[in-house]
Design a protein around this ligand. Structure first.
Ligand code: AP5
Length: 216
């Protein structure tokens, strides 16, 4: 199964991706995670990506498209994958489309998670993440057992550098201008499946399961 998760920042793409990829046994490809890993390790890609991600801007398409193609060419993607946060504009969607077409492959579902704007701002400003294992929390809706400490590995939780209010508002603006047009793009291809992401995590996941069924 080949799936794209679409939705604004804070919609719960990463949260739902974790469950889908575990249950359906497909690799989780998050361009945001790839950039954060490279930023943490101070690679050349990380140095470049940092300049964009901290401001809430998109990393240039040529760089991002190349990273995704390299990742999709790996063996573990041959029977399926989940793309989280990619494509993010029409240029990236066209690049992905060409890549898959050349391989004789197609996307099965584009899951579009819809959440109210006020809720998105609340979710992002309250999010805390573990810099070691990547677990995600929320100070109100999903707090760790011990304040500020990861339940899984005991590491001190941090706030993502792009979860400050200035970057959050910029990311939402970039989403409206660049990413939202993909709903129409994939709608024309009859691939869009809309999901109400305002509901609790478990309910959102149930809706996703009904939409994608048990195909693997
Ligand atoms: P990326 O990492 O993709 O960030 P994003 O799209 O802004 O999405 P987030 O990770 O912030 O949110 P999410 O939807 O995954 O929500 P989550 O599950 O964490 O990208 C970061 C940056 O990298 C970009 O700004 C850009 O610079 C760059 N980049 C990435 N991809 C790129 C590309 N293709 N091209 C160019 N540049 C790119 O949930 C958020 C919070 O809400 C959590 O606290 C969670 O616990 C909570 N929550 C989740 N679901 C629910 C629910 N149902 N109810 C209540 N709370 C919930």
């Amino acid at each position: 199964m080949r799936v794209i998760l679409l939705g604004p920042p804070g919609a719960g793409k990463g949260t739902q991706a974790e469950r889908i990829t575990k249950d359906y046994e497909i690799p989780h490809i998050s361009t945001g995670d790839i950039f954060r890993y490279n930023i943490k390790n101070n690679t050349e890609l990380g140095k470049l990506a940092k300049q964009y991600t901290e401001k809430g801007l998109l990393v240039p398409d040529d760089v991002t498209n190349k990273i995704v193609e390299d990742r999709l060419s790996k063996d573990d993607c041959k029977d399926g994958f989940l793309l989280d946060g990619y494509p993010r504009n029409v240029v990236q969607a066209e690049s992905l489309g060409k890549y898959l077409e050349n391989k004789g492959l197609k996307i099965d579902h584009v899951l579009n998670i819809i959440v109210d704007r006020d809720e998105l701002v609340k979710r992002l400003s309250g999010r805390r993440v573990c810099p070691s294992c990547g677990a995600t929390y929320h100070i109100v809706t999903k707090p760790p057992k011990v304040e500020g400490i990861c339940d899984h590995c005991g590491e001190k939780l941090i706030q993502r550098t792009d979860d400050n209010i200035e970057s959050v508002l910029k990311r939402l603006e970039v989403y409206e201008d660049e990413t939202k047009p993909l709903v129409e793009y994939y709608g024309k291809l009859n691939l869009i499946r809309n999901i109400d992401g305002n509901k609790p995590v478990n309910e959102v996941y149930k809706e996703i399961q009904i939409l994608i069924g048990d195909e693997v």
